[in-house]
Design a protein around this ligand. Structure first.
Ligand SMILES: NC(=O)c1ccc[n+]([C@@H]2O[C@H](COP(=O)([O-])OP(=O)(O)OC[C@H]3O[C@@H](n4cnc5c(N)ncnc54)[C@H](O)[C@@H]3O)[C@@H](O)[C@H]2O)c1
Ligand SMILES: [Zn+2]
Length: 358
């Protein structure tokens, strides 16, 4: 059963539609004053099928990669948008993964101080995680997600059929965030994912819809009352302390959600070492999900201790001298500590180097 979501936001309330058929694309095709920003790969795959009725003159095809998630690409979009007759009444309809969402969402939130924005996520990561939460983020020089705005799309259309064509490495990247959100949903949510993960990995529609809905619901539960990320929402960065560092030390060779899996492994090891997470649970989570889902293994170079520690020090959410870490503790609780030492990081890295690279 799929249920649409109405999300309350301090910026503006918005709707998530779980689409069962491709008809919504035809409705978008005749949206007034609209312009489409489409991920280049998505356009290449779907131009002759799902997206064939979109008006070609209104389409901007955007080549995307993590090193194009920056202000230059936003400017390319501005250049195309300002040429259009519609100004503040323009609607931007974005179709693509998380990178396209971030770049086009930033453009939509800033041009003319914000225009109407509709988003159709086409990757598992974007459907199950990034599409909600109002954040748009750009990389700046070597810094990941340093620039951004809070700006939710007015409508989000989730159509899992898009996921059939995702590369395995990207699909598994999204699965990393799905695992994270199911762990954060508690024991029951984790056990349920253990049951239906095989169908999710076969990309069966019913299982995908279930995993996506559960993930979005958990994310919403952590965002409640903290849309602007000053408190509890920060716990959603579980797996991201080491994860962001690994994205940077691997020059983005390890995709976001895959790096988050690594981050959860490392955080759980540290939590276990501190006596906060039962060894049996730590091992069960690592063995059922985390290790088997790491289909892109980091190179030894990306796991060098000094490089990782210095990348972790660049985390924009860090306060004070020591490192921060979000940890899972017993009973599927989560907490942030601000006293992580470089020695603890080094110890976890050495264990993971042995475990993952041998
Ligand atoms: N704004 C947020 O709240 C938020 C949250 C989490 C992650 N993110 C960001 O999202 C980005 C990762 O997003 P992603 O995992 O969706 O990756 P992505 O956008 O890089 O897409 C992965 C690849 O899949 C291709 N693709 C997209 N849809 C496809 C489809 N249906 N079939 C075949 N190929 C397809 C893309 O062209 C790209 O090559 C990161 O930059 C991350 O920082 C943002
Ligand atoms: Zn993430």
């Amino acid at each position: 059963m799929s249920v649409n979501l109405s999300i309350h936001s301090n910026i503006r309330d918005y709707e998530v539609y779980m689409e069962q058929s491709p008809d919504f694309v035809d409705a978008l095709a005749s949206y007034p004053q609209a312009c489409f920003a489409i991920d280049e790969n998505v356009w290449r795959i779907y131009a002759g099928t799902l997206l064939k009725n979109l008006p070609e003159k209104d389409i901007i095809v955007v080549p995307i990669s993590e090193d194009r998630k920056n202000l230059n690409t936003v400017q390319e979009l501005y250049d195309r948008l300002v040429e259009r007759p519609a100004k503040r009444n323009l609607t931007l309809i974005s179709i693509g993964g998380g990178i396209l969402q971030d770049v086009s969402g930033f453009a939509a939130s800033t041009i003319y101080r914000g225009i109407n924005w509709i988003y159709v996520p086409t990757t598992l990561l974007a459907q199950a995680d990034s599409c909600i939460g109002s954040k748009t983020s750009l990389n700046y020089k070597k810094y990941k997600n340093l620039i951004g705005t809070f700006f939710p799309p007015a409508h989000i259309h989730i159509y899992p059929a898009f996921l059939a064509t995702q590369l395995d490495s990207d699909f598994y990247s999204g699965f990393g965030e799905v695992i994270k959100l199911h762990l954060m949903g508690g024991d029951k949510s984790f056990r349920e994912l253990v049951q239906y993960a095989p169908e999710v990995l076969k990309r069966e529609t019913t299982a995908l819809l279930r995993a996506i809905q559960q993930s979005l619901n958990v994310k919403l539960s952590y965002m409640a009352g903290d849309e602007f990320d000053t408190g509890r929402r920060n716990l959603l960065n579980y797996g991201h302390d080491f994860g962001h560092a690994l994205e940077s030390t691997s020059d983005f060779a390890v995709p976001h959600g895959q790096a988050v899996i690594f981050g959860m492994l490392a955080a759980n090891l540290i939590s276990k070492k501190r006596g906060l997470l039962d060894e049996k649970v730590e091992r069960e989570i690592a063995e059922t999900f985390l290790v088997p889902s790491m289909v892109i293994k980091p190179s030894l170079k990306a796991l060098e201790i000094d490089a990782m520690v210095s990348a972790m020090k660049k985390d924009k959410k860090r306060t004070g001298d020591k490192l921060a870490l979000i940890m899972m503790t017993n009973d599927f609780n989560f907490k942030r500590v601000n006293d992580l030492t470089s020695d603890e990081v080094a110890e976890a890295l050495v264990m993971l180097q042995k475990h993952l690279l041998s």
